[in-house]
Write a protein of this length. Structure first.
Length: 152
């Protein structure tokens, strides 16, 4: 969504965008994984979540609002990033809500996310703005993973 918005492309949202997901900043997820590996009980499962349930359309609107602030010079022909939001036919069987119970990791390992939805989204958008050379290589196809020792 971030890259589409920066390019002035449509921001497709399934159905009316009311599907709910729990959002977790990637560094919070990594910290939780480290906590599970270093302090969790072998064989136990721990649900990791952010307690940041948002409708899909709210996520896209948040990205647009952040870009309005952080990248006010928009692509040609775009007056507002939210104008790029388009509603597309919903997927068959699209789940209305994903949610998990994170009480076990909180109670047993004393873990909780450090970032709110808002701070995590701001950091995510800023990361994309700061790392354009990386994502440009991904989009162009220049960025390719190779096996160690692969000569091709």
């Amino acid at each position: 969504m971030i890259l589409n918005a920066l390019a002035g492309k449509s921001l497709p949202v399934y159905g009316d965008g009311s599907q709910i997901r729990d959002w977790l900043f990637v560094e919070d997820h990594a910290r939780a994984l480290v906590k599970v590996v270093t302090q969790g009980k072998i064989g136990e499962a721990y649900n990791i979540g952010g307690h940041n349930e948002k409708r899909n359309v709210e996520v896209v609107q948040t990205i647009c609002d952040l870009l309005e602030e952080m990248v006010p010079h928009k692509p040609e022909g775009v007056s507002a990033y939210q104008d790029l939001i388009t509603y597309v036919k919903d997927r068959p069987g699209h789940d209305v809500r994903y949610a998990i119970d994170t009480s076990k990791i909180a109670n047993e390992l004393n873990w909780q996310s450090e970032e709110t939805f808002e701070t995590g989204m701001r950091k995510t958008v800023q990361w994309y703005l700061d790392n354009e050379s990386w994502w440009q290589r991904v989009l162009s196809g220049d960025y390719k993973l190779h096996h160690i020792g692969d000569q091709s």
